[in-house]
Design a binder for this molecule. Structure first.
Ligand SMILES: NC(=O)c1ccc[n+]([C@@H]2O[C@H](COP(=O)([O-])OP(=O)(O)OC[C@H]3O[C@@H](n4cnc5c(N)ncnc54)[C@H](O)[C@@H]3O)[C@@H](O)[C@H]2O)c1
Length: 450
């Protein structure tokens, strides 16, 4: 029976007659669903958010990396069916879970989204299905939240159904590495699970990386993102150190980066954001604590990165002070609210924290972001991006560049601003005393007027 189920699913996967389901059509799930649909699979995309489903049915993409013409094509040729009707899970042969894994208010892993997606599958469970969890989570989740639960319902993994974990590495806004050409790690609960997972994803991903277990696959994702968090924290600390001892961090990094081995470039900034780097290390340290292991690296990196908005605040204060002004009463324009360039994602963006800090210190703030047009402040008021004219930037006491979107005209910003605080080295090609850089001492007197 097991061999029959395996062979039949494998055959369907290989000749693309398998119906593929994707639960959660966000930054991760939507691009994945489109890749499967483009490859010729019949794909059903599930999401609780009926507004998103409506938009997709009308071929409106709400994810910047998903091109509308590609979406339109797979909607029109019937290869992609977005729906909020979870009974259709009954029709799929393979299902990938791409739902959020946030933190609770007490800073612990919030598994409720995965649990609810698993319940949706259980309601429509049938033998011979391949389930792949893609949401980032702590090692052991696939086993604890899916395998054990299905066992209670009488389904045995590797016999009645197949189970894998395959972490998503999508980097929103990255023009070089997309879902398709980023190597993908996958570990199954049994070797047959792995084989099916590799065969399915191998149809849409150029290079699959099989590993021996779901736990290794889960851990590999947390290792990648914890590595980033710690290295960013290190370079952020170096930036503050350089500022204190009178050295320019940016020039120092470029110099160090000429070493062809043994150095990897990371750059400082106003803090870390997005759904991954600020959260994922917490999943790992939380899990480790269960085994009485306390990761001091993870805690320290979190602390350093979370303090960066306060350093930005100090830098703004110092820069304004050099023009005989204080934060209180100053008019400040923030450029860039999204957590990184050329995306519209505001989740965990350090710009939000900097905004609150400046506002609570009495500054009058406008913000502009070409992609993230609105957000709710700490008092739940909507704050909207303003349109500005470069030649009118002189009305602000300072321009605070928090996210270096590529659409900004940096020449005109320098030309028309009184004072610029650059947290991203976006103005590296300008030698102007009115530019104050994060990670660099304020040695020259700043001009008061243009
Ligand atoms: N955003 C990234 O850059 C990125 C990169 C790699 C990995 N990840 C991981 O991928 C997972 C998903 O992240 P995302 O950024 O795509 O999140 P997202 O918020 O953009 O999308 C998640 C979607 O799931 C839907 N959803 C929630 N619960 C559901 C349920 N029970 N049934 C159906 N739909 C449901 C939401 O409505 C939303 O549309 C997370 O675990 C995240 O850590 C994200």
């Amino acid at each position: 029976m097991t061999t029959l189920l395996f062979d039949s699913l494998n055959y369907k996967i290989l000749n693309k007659t398998a119906r593929v389901g994707v639960i959660g059509l966000g930054y991760v799930g939507l691009p994945l669903a489109i890749e499967f649909a483009k490859a010729g699979y019949n794909v059903i995309g599930f999401d609780l958010n009926t507004n998103k489903i409506e938009q997709l049915i009308n071929s409106n993409s709400y994810i910047m990396d998903v091109k509308e013409d590609e979406l339109k094509e797979v909607i029109e040729n019937g290869n992609f069916i977005p729906t909020a009707d979870f009974s259709l899970i009954n029709d799929v042969d393979c299902i990938s879970i791409c739902v959020p894994t946030p933190l609770t208010k007490s800073n612990e892993p919030d598994m409720s989204y995965i649990e609810s997606a698993v319940n949706e599958i259980i309601n429509e469970m049938h033998k011979g299905i391949l389930i792949t969890l893609e949401s980032t989570t702590y090692p052991g989740s696939t086993e604890e939240l899916i395998e054990k639960k299905l066992e209670n319902y009488g389904y045995k993994v590797g016999e009645d159904y197949f189970l894998c974990f395959s972490p998503e590495r999508v980097d929103p806004g990255n023009k070089t590495y997309t879902t398709q050409n980023t190597p993908k790690v996958l570990g199954g609960t049994t070797s047959r699970c792995t084989e099916l997972g590799i065969n399915l994803y191998g149809k849409v991903i150029n290079q699959m990386v099989p590993v021996s277990s779901t736990k290794v696959a889960e851990m590999s994702k947390l290792l990648e993102n914890t590595f980033r968090s710690i290295n960013i924290a290190f370079i952020n600390e170096m930036a503050m150190l350089c500022d204190r001892i009178g050295v320019n961090i940016w020039e120092t990094i470029e110099a160090a980066n000429t070493k062809p081995f043994g150095f990897m470039k990371f750059t400082p900034g106003p803090g870390i954001g997005g759904h991954c780097i600020p959260l994922d290390p917490v999943y790992l340290s939380w899990k480790a604590k269960e085994s009485n292991f306390y990761s001091r690296f993870i805690e320290l990196a979190q602390e350093t990165n979370k303090n960066m908005p306060y350093y930005v605040l100090a830098k703004v204060s110092e820069a304004l002070n050099s023009t005989s002004k204080s934060i209180r009463g100053s008019k400040i324009l923030i450029l860039g609210m999204a957590y990184k360039p050329d995306v519209d994602d505001l989740r965990e963006s350090p710009s939000l924290e900097v905004f609150e800090l400046l506002q609570s210190n009495g500054a009058f703030i406008d913000f502009n972001d070409p992609h993230a047009k609105t957000f709710k402040d700490a008092h739940n008021n909507s704050v909207d991006s303003i349109n500005f004219k470069y030649e009118e930037l002189g009305i602000y006491d300072c321009i605070l560049l928090l996210t270096n979107h590529s659409s900004y005209n940096y020449i005109d910003i320098v030309r028309y601003s009184k004072l610029i605080i650059d947290t991203r080295n976006a103005f590296k090609n300008f030698d102007d005393s009115k530019i104050v850089k994060l990670g660099s001492p304020l040695i020259k007197k700043v001009h008061e007027t243009v």
